[in-house]
Design a protein around this ligand. Structure first.
Ligand SMILES: Nc1ncnc2c1ncn2[C@@H]1O[C@H](COP(=O)(O)OP(=O)(O)OP(=O)(O)O)[C@@H](O)[C@H]1O
Ligand SMILES: Nc1ncnc2c1ncn2[C@@H]1O[C@H](COP(=O)(O)OP(=O)(O)OP(=O)(O)O)[C@@H](O)[C@H]1O
Ligand SMILES: [Mg+2]
Ligand SMILES: [Mg+2]
Lengths: 166, 158, 166, 158
């Protein structure tokens, strides 16, 4: 058990930094996992800190809303790389992101979905749905109470993407 | 292994039997506020064995279409996840709730919860590690867990 | 004291419904404040429920993220009408809203700022900043550590608004 | 009465003395992630007497520019709110922190915290009722308060 924990911790600590650099599209960004008691990490707490692009090392509490959301995604994808689930579902994780970060995250998720796993994203932003293979549009129908219905669009090979969505 | 489609039956705002899908590699669910997008996420979490509290309801019977206005349309609600492997063989994981009791099925065969979760783990879904679901509004809290909690998270996935 | 509480409760219960209808731009929407013990509201809990546009009466927990955000804004502005502060500061309250709701909320806030009080909104969305009188652009400058700087634009009488922002 | 401008001095990411404003009726603050927008909200809340916990720091001295990387540039940080009434007479509410201690000034005259809060209440700012600040990420929780909490909220504002 102890051996497995250390193996997992080592793996995720290495991978998280690479993923965070890719998410920020910035090689000076850093994601650092450290155990209070490095000899026996399973007995102590594990700290997570990020050096956001253009910033210095600081505690996670000092980061802004958008910066924290990106740090969280890096941790999620790093954990996933150790213990892969067949798919990921992300519900409006882009809510706090500015336009440039939405673009970076959408590109990263597209890359991950091509290589590592199936991804389902719920989003209100065009940057996300214009990069997806399949678009599922949920709309409301009214009867005794509101009823949800769905329309699905296969965008996979379409070159006229822009036309389709708007 | 990948998720091909989800069949929902009288689950939250999804009335009657509806098919959600087909899913490809990168999928995006869009729609206006209150249209039922997060209810799709709830349907998937329900089929993966999540408790009522993570599904934004107090009791499992509140998941039945119409229960939120006191007029449930049926005694049961059902969600089936259809998985395909590389040779396109299908495995169907299905959970049904009647009243507050849940029943679990794999390829239409009634199984115990333990067996259901074991089979899900074989394809990589470890529900208690929450390694593949991010609920609306919770992304930032993932980065802010306190160190002890993070150790537990690592313990769960290793 | 008791008298003041009841006066406040009555005032806010009436106003909140009007504000919610205006926020949703829908006269069938309803916002309902009710006390468990109507004779002595100060001794019991106060419930808050909304009937969102096109929906039936349900508990607040069943509403979606975007629907809850609008319900919360209605309560804030209703309370403000009883105990007016000179200004309001709202930090990214539009994060969960879809485009049509952003438009409605931005128009409502503009109307409130013209009539009742000064409003400062922090937002990443164009719908908000294209309707404001003054635009304050914060940007990062780098030295020993990141330093914030500000640029302010007076949009009040400008007709070439679209040109200015993009 | 309306807020004309805010003067910040070595407060969080705002180094040296900077002026934020002028403010009109409807103002929008924009900027990229991490540029310092919410720090403007923190500056206003600080000047209205909020505690360290609502300002996203553990101790008041962490508000000083550079403290977040262990290199505070000064021993103090200061925020002044400039209010104008209908005849354009100015009242300046100012709070300064040195170390973990706060000092309060109205029109450059040193006053006690009680006096400071009294004067703020006269222009309608009741900090403990939080009737004019909505922090990032907290809007939905305002609608979800439990009934007893809501009664307390009403008690505070009446
Ligand atoms: N048991 C139920 N039966 C029928 N409808 C329900 C039930 N429970 C919830 N709903 C409906 O589902 C709606 C909420 O759906 P959901 O949370 O999926 O919206 P959403 O698309 O995620 O919106 P947002 O973009 O605001 O997050 C409620 O407004 C309610 O009408
Ligand atoms: N004491 C301090 N001294 C200098 N800079 C600080 C201090 N405390 C925080 N910061 C900086 O402030 C930044 C966060 O700023 P803020 O939360 O205002 O961002 P924001 O513009 O609101 O971003 P978002 O759009 O993501 O919410 C941090 O990244 C950090 O660099
Ligand atoms: Mg949702
Ligand atoms: Mg912010």
């Amino acid at each position: 058990r102890i051996h497995l924990f250390s193996k997992c911790f080592e793996h995720v600590s290495v991978v998280i930094d690479q993923i965070y650099k890719r998410l920020c599209r910035n090689s000076s960004a850093q994601a650092i996992l450290s155990a209070d008691n490095p000899d026996e990490p399973y007995l102590s707490g594990i700290n997570y800190n990020c050096v956001a692009p253009g910033k210095r090392f600081m505690s996670m509490e000092n980061l802004s809303g958008g910066e924290k959301a990106i740090a969280a995604l890096a941790l999620l994808f790093a954990i996933h790389s150790f213990c892969p689930a067949p798919f990921f579902i992300l519900d409006e994780v882009d809510a706090a992101l500015d336009n440039s970060n939405i673009g970076k995250v959408a590109r990263f998720i597209r890359e991950e979905s091509m290589e590592n796993m199936q991804i389902i994203v719920i989003s209100l932003k065009e940057e996300f749905f214009s990069k997806s293979d399949a678009l599922l549009g949920v709309y409301s129908d009214f009867d005794v109470c509101m009823v949800s219905r769905i329309l699905s669009l296969d965008l996979y090979l379409r070159t006229d993407r822009q036309l389709l969505i708007f | 292994v990948y998720l091909k489609q989800i069949d929902v039956e009288n689950f939250k705002s999804w009335r009657g039997t509806q098919v959600i899908g087909p899913f490809m590699r990168f999928n995006c669910i869009i729609g206006t506020n209150g249209s039922g997008k997060s209810n799709v996420m709830d349907a998937l979490s329900f089929a993966m064995g999540e408790r009522a509290a993570s599904l934004r309801v107090r009791h499992l019977r509140d998941l039945i279409h119409g229960a939120h206005i006191g007029q449930p349309v049926s005694a049961t609600a059902r969600v089936a996840m259809r998985y395909h492997d590389d040779e396109d063989r299908e495995t169907v994981f299905c959970r049904r709730v009647s009243g507050n009791a849940s029943e679990y099925f794999i390829n239409d065969i009634h199984v115990t919860l333990t067996k259901y979760m074991e089979e899900l783990e074989k394809i990589g879904i470890v529900t208690k590690a929450k390694n593949c679901l991010v609920f609306q509004g919770t992304v930032e809290s993932i980065a802010l867990k306190d160190p002890k909690e993070r150790t537990k998270m690592f313990e769960c996935i290793s």
